[in-house]
Design a protein around this ligand. Structure first.
Ligand SMILES: *Cc1c(COP(=O)(O)O)cnc(C)c1O
Length: 385
């Protein structure tokens, strides 16, 4: 049976081209024809479409998701002696953007169920910084694997300490809390259009979402060398961080089918959840929180068992990945920065256990059946939960 099946991809970026390939070729041809490769009309069109989709009034596209964070931190005036609270269980960019501006990322533990920033650990970190030379400025929460963090609670904590909240939604575009979509859940939100993210382009890309017009205008200037109203007026020390018109043209076509893809991700996640819930620790989501299912991540019992399990899956042509093997506070270059407590035990434990299964909107029924039946066959490897 396996021979007749297409090889299962962890994330399949080609299947989508069968559906919208022609439209994408046409969109690219159009850009080649008009030749406005930088800040061409497709960039504005995409920003309007992203604004419509998310409900955020201001959308500024930029070169990648890391720059989206950097631009936002620059617009907030973050610099030396400032502290920004970040979860330790995330991709490096979240802390990198802070450190790049010579500010101090302060590492916070995560919740073992949602994998997102833990509120007790956050309060501990805020206390710690209050008693130091650093000025606490804000919180970057991460919607890990696609699950929005607890923004209502985070905004309350932030308000008590005069901090802002940035949502790093690189993995959660399409998610929501109640009727509020990712892009509107914090004072400002960043996302990435890296090819493997829920909404990916054919290269690097990113965006910032906010309802704050003044902040948005500062970022529009910063992404374009700090330009003023005239291109050769410079009012900020900025960056060269614009989204290519070609990528914008591609993203317009991809955004058009994104709602369908998101529904399919949700269906696949619920099939996984139903089949696996009694075997392994499955990803959790609250009743009012809409997961974007950027990744489908289970937790094994420990690193040794995870290694054996992943190896067995690989033998049966089922690819898996580990996001992430090490929390940032244990990375050589980041261990010098402060953290909420000596150990951040939940993140340290999760890094030994997490395993992401194939997840993309074009996973076929037969692939899904093969993955689930294989995991069931291997369930002897797990202690009962
Ligand atoms: C991918 C990712 C980023 C960075 O996005 P790039 O576009 O690759 O720069 C930032 N934060 C998180 C959580 C990510 O997963």
């Amino acid at each position: 049976m396996l021979n007749q099946m297409h090889k299962i991809q962890f994330i399949d970026l080609k299947a989508q081209q069968k559906i919208i390939g022609k439209k994408i070729h046409r969109a690219i041809a159009q850009v080649l024809k008009h030749g406005q490769f930088i800040l061409g009309e497709e960039v504005e069109k995409l920003e309007a479409a992203l604004s419509q989709y998310t409900g955020a009034t201001e959308v500024i596209t930029c070169a990648n998701g890391t720059d989206a964070l950097t631009l936002l931190l620059m617009a907030y005036g973050v610099g030396p002696n400032d502290a920004v609270f970040v979860p330790t269980f995330t991709f490096a960019s979240t802390a990198e953007a802070v450190a790049q501006l010579h500010a101090t990322p302060v590492f916070v533990d995560v919740c073992p169920i949602t994998y997102n920033i833990d509120l007790n650990s956050l309060n501990q970190a805020i206390q710690l910084v209050s008693n130091s030379q650093l000025t606490p400025k804000g919180i970057i929460a991460v919607d890990l694997f696609g699950l929005p963090a607890d923004y209502p609670a985070l905004l309350k904590i932030a308000a008590c300490h005069d901090l802002w909240v940035i949502a790093d939604a690189a993995q959660s575009f399409g998610g929501a809390i109640k009727t509020q979509k990712v892009g509107t859940l914090a004072q400002a939100t960043t996302t990435s259009f890296f090819p493997s993210k829920p909404l990916g382009c054919y290269g690097d890309g990113g965006a910032i979402f906010t309802n704050n017009l003044a902040l948005a205008n500062t970022i529009r200037s910063l992404r374009n060398h700090g330009a003023g109203t005239h291109r050769y007026d410079h009012i900020h020390i900025g960056l060269n961080s614009r989204l290519d018109t070609l990528q914008a043209a591609i993203l317009i076509e991809k955004l058009a089918i994104f709602p369908f893809e998101l529904e399919r991700r949700k269906e696949i996640a619920s099939i996984y959840n139903d089949a696996l819930q009694n075997l392994v620790q499955i990803p959790k989501q609250g009743s009012k929180i809409e997961h974007a299912w950027g990744l489908y991540t289970i937790a094994c019992q420990n690193n040794a068992q995870r290694t054996l399990f992943a190896k067995e899956l690989q033998l049966l042509s089922i690819p898996t990945n580990i996001y992430y093997r090490k929390p940032l506070h244990l990375q050589p270059i980041y261990q010098q920065y402060p953290r909420a407590s000596k150990h951040l035990p939940q993140a340290e434990a999760l890094c030994q256990k997490v395993l992401s299964l194939p997840m993309h909107p074009y996973l076929t029924e037969s692939a899904l059946t093969h993955i689930i039946s294989t995991i069931k066959k291997l369930s002897y490897m797990f202690e009962p939960i």
